[in-house]
Design a protein around this ligand. Structure first.
Ligand code: FCB
Length: 443
């Protein structure tokens, strides 16, 4: 007996510019904060960088064919801001813009719907030099960049994503410093969060001014907080604070025009009159990414009274060390249903890194990844059975790629990439996903 998805469920796949494109520093592309971060000794495993990555800049046709071969219809990709605007503002690099023009035409020729993500972490370094996300002027810079893309590409873009994971940009990039720009300043991170929310609203307005019917949303990896067995009661308030930081700080202002009370004292210094009214925006869909459950425990942190704890041993883990927990995924979908008015939800990322050893014929029989997908896709069925408005799924990721601070060590692809020859080899999980998509059902 197969387990069917709702009729009309939409299937796609996700990638991001810095992680696959390469083509650096070709054709007038400017430097991004990830170029700088990678060039800083000790930041990225093995000193890896995105200069070549999957060479998608040159091999994009083959990659679009792989998406078509998967049977996926929706493709979430991102635009590298400094490829289009090397200094972040002003000068437009026509060659860079033409790349995305061709790419989108290539999608349409293959029957794929372009889901354009404006920002998947590769800020122009020139803007970082002016304070980056901490500078309130970024609201105007981001609006100008959005307008350029809307005018040039908007006639063919199907759906717009303003931000991929603004919480990771703020907290991992500016508080923990494990991502570019590598800042460890909790107060600056709060300011960044507020500016990201303002940018989301402004960009939505810009897109809608040209294409009133274009669906616009943002992508959040929602974190459900857990604590170790036996400590639920004593840590309940920490979980609430943790979820306010990771989820509420980005959802509540957009959906309800306010920040969670628990973080208001931290946010207040950065808010100006009218900001919250401006941020409250109708989202046409909520992008949801999901990877792992977050276990926390008390800590005397610089800014927050909690820290991450190791999840219980009984969870299986991916190569990232991330606990595999479909039930946690189910619960995040339920939060959107119960607390945020059951918006249309698209799972914009979900997947696992595993050791993918090719057999003697070069094939990769990644049964562990297939089991992972089975567990997480089952969680969607459980949520939709209970009325959650989940309408589509895009696994992370089409290709093995540059996994940020882990460099090329961790592989998330449905398609294996040999980084020496750039040969692409679909894994067993690619066939699994193709069958799921074709039958709109789990086996
Ligand atoms: C997400 C990122 C994506 C990828 C996955 C594994 O947080 O959005 O680029 O790195 O994690």
């Amino acid at each position: 007996m197969t387990r069917p998805f709702p009729d009309g469920f939409r299937w796609g796949v996700s990638t991001s510019s810095y992680q696959i494109e390469g083509g650096s520093p070709n054709d007038g592309r400017g430097t991004s904060i990830w170029d700088t971060y990678c060039a800083t000794p000790g930041r990225v495993a093995n000193g890896d960088n995105g200069n070549v990555a999957c060479d998608h800049y040159n091999r994009w046709e083959e990659d679009l064919d792989l998406i078509k071969g998967l049977g996926a219809k929706h493709y979430r990709f991102s635009v590298m801001w400094p490829r289009v605007m090397p200094d972040g503002t002003g000068h437009i690099n026509e060659t860079g813009l033409a790349f995305y023009d061709r790419l989108i035409d290539g999608m349409l020729e293959r029957g794929l719907d372009p889901w354009l993500c404006l920002y998947h972490w590769d800020l122009p370094q020139a803007l970082q030099d002016r304070g980056g996300w901490t500078n309130r002027n970024i609201v105007d810079w981001f609006a100008d960049y959005t307008e350029i893309l809307a005018l040039r590409l908007g006639d063919r873009v199907k759906s717009w994503v303003t931000f991929n994971e603004p919480n990771v940009v703020a907290w991992v990039g500016h508080e923990e410093g494990r991502h570019a720009p590598g800042i460890t300043d909790p107060r600056a991170a709060m300011r960044v969060a507020h500016h990201l929310n303002m940018c989301h609203a402004r960009a939505t307005e810009v897109i809608k001014s040209h294409f009133p019917d274009a669906p616009v949303g943002f992508v959040l990896p929602m974190h459900k907080g857990y604590t170790l067995p036996g400590r639920q009661e004593q840590n309940a308030h920490l979980i609430e604070l943790f979820e306010a930081k990771w989820n509420g700080a980005f959802l509540d202002p957009v959906y309800y025009g306010r920040y969670p009370d628990l973080i208001m004292d931290r946010m207040e210094p950065h808010i100006q009159d009218g900001d919250l009214q401006a941020i409250k925006t109708k989202v046409d869909f909520q992008g949801l990414n999901q990877y792992f459950p977050s276990y926390i425990e008390p800590a005397n942190g610089k800014a927050w009274p909690f820290k991450h704890a190791e999840p219980p041993k009984y969870f299986r883990r991916t190569e990232m060390g991330w606990a595999i927990d479909g039930d946690c995924f189910y619960r995040t979908m339920k939060i959107l249903q119960d607390k945020y008015g059951n918006p249309p939800v698209f799972i914009t990322e979900n997947g696992g890194a595993f050791v993918d050893l090719p057999d003697e014929n070069g094939n990769i029989n990644d049964q562990d990844r297939i089991a992972y997908y089975d567990e997480y896709l089952s969680a969607i069925l459980r949520a939709t059975d209970e009325g959650a408005n989940v309408q589509g799924y895009m696994p992370w990721s089409l290709l093995d790629n540059f996994e940020w601070a882990y460099g090329y060590e961790k592989r998330f692809g449905l398609v294996h990439v040999d980084y020496t020859s750039q040969k692409r080899t679909p894994k067993a999980s690619y066939d699994f996903m193709r069958n799921v998509i074709k039958s709109n059902a789990l086996p």
